[in-house]
Design a protein around this ligand. Structure first.
Ligand SMILES: [Fe+2]
Ligand SMILES: [Fe+2]
Length: 367
């Protein structure tokens, strides 16, 4: 969070400077020596035959999908199904079983969510390329370590699942009948103890799998993190769709965004099955028992409760939320950075993603 804000504060000079560097490097290598002799004429990414705003929105979404794929791949290697569709890991039986406590089909769902993200990433980049627009490649930022636990590939990663702060306000936000984040409302955490500090959502090494209670805490953290990620995608697509100009690009954003909604709906159902436990400072309470329970915490209330939308003068409506479009891309980036998902990443990583988010948020609907 601090990092990304300091990059944002450093202003447009740095932004233009970096852009030149990235384009000069052909989107492949971002090195300091390449930043110095870039042509100002190449300062903006190419939009090709796409509306410039649409290209920017798609590029930010491509980056978001690459990041999603990276984190889901890590979950799949350890707790999903390894096959030709989602190759890479060899599975961690103890962690897989702990995750399956939430639902016997978790390995299949993790596999399918991972494959979905991979296809989103590949489709958006292929579409951008087909229109002569610049694509997104984050390969040079794959520098974060893999889990050392049995089952994980030893490759560089974009995201860090081992020191997370997992925001769980989506749980109460989607159960509220009177509040909406687009009206400035705040929501209590379902699991306050994982919302601050640093918590593994995957086993970091095999020792993390030897104590069943500790392993279940890790699996429960993952169970909530799945929904945290996918509710973010749900809101991001709906928010950015409002500033898309081309009908075909709108079709892409609505069609992919709909699958993010389906992911979130699956995961928020499973999160409620996380067994109550205490592991050191981490507490997963019984969400159905006093002092919790009721409308805000009851685990089977997985359909979005109707709430205020657009104006308090309208009747309550069952909707996804938030969907405010202003600043949506930067908001999504700050949300992810604030969760420590990018802990250990370079300044250049934050600068590049900030640049993509700013461009997406500059997009205006044309006619
Ligand atoms: Fe996706
Ligand atoms: Fe997703």
């Amino acid at each position: 969070m601090k990092k990304i804000e300091s990059v944002v504060k450093s202003g447009s000079n740095r932004r233009a400077f970096l852009k030149k560097g990235i384009v000069a490097a052909g989107g492949v290598t971002l090195g300091a020596r390449l930043l110095t002799n870039a042509s100002p004429a190449l300062a903006e990414e190419k939009s090709g035959r796409l509306d410039a705003g649409d290209a920017s929105i798609l590029r930010f979404l491509a980056a978001a999908e690459i990041l999603e794929t990276d984190l889901w791949q890590q979950y799949n290697e350890l707790a999903g199904i390894q096959d030709k569709e989602v190759p890479g890991g060899t599975g961690n039986p103890a962690y897989t079983e702990a995750v399956k406590v939430l639902d016997g089909d978790m390995d299949q769902y993790i596999h399918d969510n991972t494959e979905d993200e991979l296809t989103h990433e590949q489709f958006i980049n292929a579409y951008l390329a087909s229109k002569g627009a610049d694509t997104v490649n984050l390969d040079h930022f794959r520098v974060l370590p893999s889990s050392q636990a049995t089952g994980a590939q030893q490759i560089g990663r974009l995201t860090n699942l081992m020191q997370l702060s997992v925001d769980t306000t989506w749980y109460t936000r989607y159960r509220s009948r009177t509040k909406n984040p687009d009206f400035g409302d705040n929501f209590p955490q379902a699991i306050p103890t994982i919302a601050t500090g640093q918590h593994p959502a995957i086993p970091r090494f095999d020792a993390d799998t030897s104590d069943p209670n500790h392993l279940q805490a890790i699996a429960n953290t993952a169970g909530f993190h799945f929904a945290t990620i996918e509710q973010g995608g749900t809101s991001l697509y709906a928010s950015l769709a409002q500033r898309v100009t081309g009908v075909e690009v709108l079709r892409i954003v609505l069609s992919i965004g709909g699958t993010e909604v389906m992911h979130f709906q699956t995961w928020q159902d499973k999160a409620g099955n996380a067994p109550p436990l205490t592991d050191g400072d981490v507490v997963f309470p019984d969400l159905n028992a006093t002092p919790l329970g009721g409308e805000d915490f009851q685990t089977n209330l997985i359909m979005p409760e109707p709430t205020i939308f657009l104006s308090k003068h309208f009747p309550a409506c069952s909707i996804i939320r938030p969907t405010e479009t202003r600043g949506a891309a930067m908001g999504a980036l700050k949300f992810l950075a604030g969760s420590n998902l990018f802990l250990g990443q370079s300044k250049a990583f934050f600068a590049y993603l900030t640049d993509l988010a700013e461009d997406a948020d500059d997009a205006r609907r044309g006619f």
